[in-house]
Design a protein around this ligand. Structure first.
Ligand code: SF4
Length: 335
């Protein structure tokens, strides 16, 4: 059912670098200061005018039931350490661990949204060697559970909605909130990791400027070069859910467009891999991380065929930072 009153939401920062908030501030109009008519931001822990006692008053009003909370948004991983106490992160001014505060507020909200891969899965904070017992709201890496438990459901019946990404595209955050406000996000609209399918049903590879180089397996050796980043520079976009090469940042940018290989930041455990970013792990010269849906034998056969058919223009341009050889379009009329 569409929600008539503006959709009230509260944004908390758990163990976070603030990058998700920075991403959100790139939305236009800014939804964090009431610039989007259907959304009613009650408070954001970092950017709201309310701070100190004014901020905790809002939280207490929600906890007491005096203030209706539609969406609880949490940015950052939940720290359960040391020894499960959660005291590595205390809620400012409230004298209680953040993990308990989040769990209590989650019971009051119609929907709970994990903003970013730390809140969704533990992310960078739960990376290799972390001693913080960091988890996501409903996942611990790729395992269901996390702070709230695998079977937890919000008042609306939805599980935690995981707007994954490090940082997530601001459009993903705003679109998720507007869909929730309209009652237009059902369990079936989430993928197997509870990410909204409107962005998770795409791969970051879709729409990459380097697709012609990918087709011919014409690869860059340096990030400044134009070729595909998969073979040598660790691009994981053929395995990473996200429409970030179709819905560009600030209308224009993407990681691969800027010469930075996709690190699959929407995937659980992306920061826990022992493989360094920007390198392509290989076995017998074949990348270990192959495109989803593609049998290894097919990939190997197609890659060999593509390489043997690569036009010299594409091969040359792949290792240049600017077009060195333009397409020979002047001598031929399109049929
Ligand atoms: S650089 Fe990455 S996203 Fe772009 S075409 Fe190559 S594999 Fe796909």
């Amino acid at each position: 059912m569409p929600h008539k009153a503006p959709y009230s939401f509260l944004w908390l920062q758990a163990a976070s670098c603030g990058g998700c908030s920075a991403a959100a501030l790139g939305s236009d109009p800014s939804f964090l200061d009431g610039g989007t008519p259907r959304l009613n931001p009650l408070a954001h822990q970092a950017v709201s005018e309310e701070c100190g006692a004014e901020f905790t008053q809002i939280l207490n009003a929600v906890l007491d039931g005096g203030l209706v909370l539609d969406g609880l948004l949490v940015e950052g991983a939940v720290l359960n350490g040391p020894n499960g106490t959660g005291q590595f992160q205390m809620a400012p001014g409230m004298g209680r661990p953040m993990n308990r505060l989040i769990a209590d507020l989650a019971e009051k909200a119609r929907h709970v949204v994990a903003v970013g891969s730390c809140a969704a899965f533990g992310g960078v904070v739960a990376g290799l060697g972390s001693r913080t017992q960091a988890v996501g709201l409903q996942y611990d890496g790729g395992e269901a559970g996390g702070l709230l438990g695998a079977g937890w459901r919000s008042k609306s019946g939805l599980p935690v909605v995981n707007v994954a990404g490090c940082a997530p595209h601001p459009g993903w955050i705003v679109e998720t909130l507007l869909l929730l406000a309209d009652g237009a996000l059902a369990p079936n609209d989430l993928d197997s990791f509870q990410r909204p399918s409107f962005f998770a049903d795409h791969l970051a590879h879709h729409g990459c400027n380097r697709n012609e180089y990918y087709e011919y397996k014409a690869s860059a050796h340096d990030p400044s070069q134009q070729g595909c980043l998969m073979e040598n520079l660790g691009c994981r976009a053929t395995q990473a859910p996200g429409d970030c090469n179709r819905r560009r940042w600030n209308g224009a940018g993407s990681c691969t467009n800027a010469g930075y290989a996709c690190i699959a930041c929407t995937v659980p455990g992306f920061a826990s891999s022992a493989d360094p970013f920007l390198e392509t792990p290989k076995l017998a010269g074949i990348p270990v991380g192959l495109p989803v849906d593609m049998p290894k034998a097919w990939f190997v056969a197609l890659a060999a065929l593509s390489k043997s058919a690569t036009p010299s223009r594409v091969r040359r341009n792949a290792t240049e930072s600017r077009i060195a050889v333009p397409p020979d379009s002047r001598s031929r009329k399109p049929k």
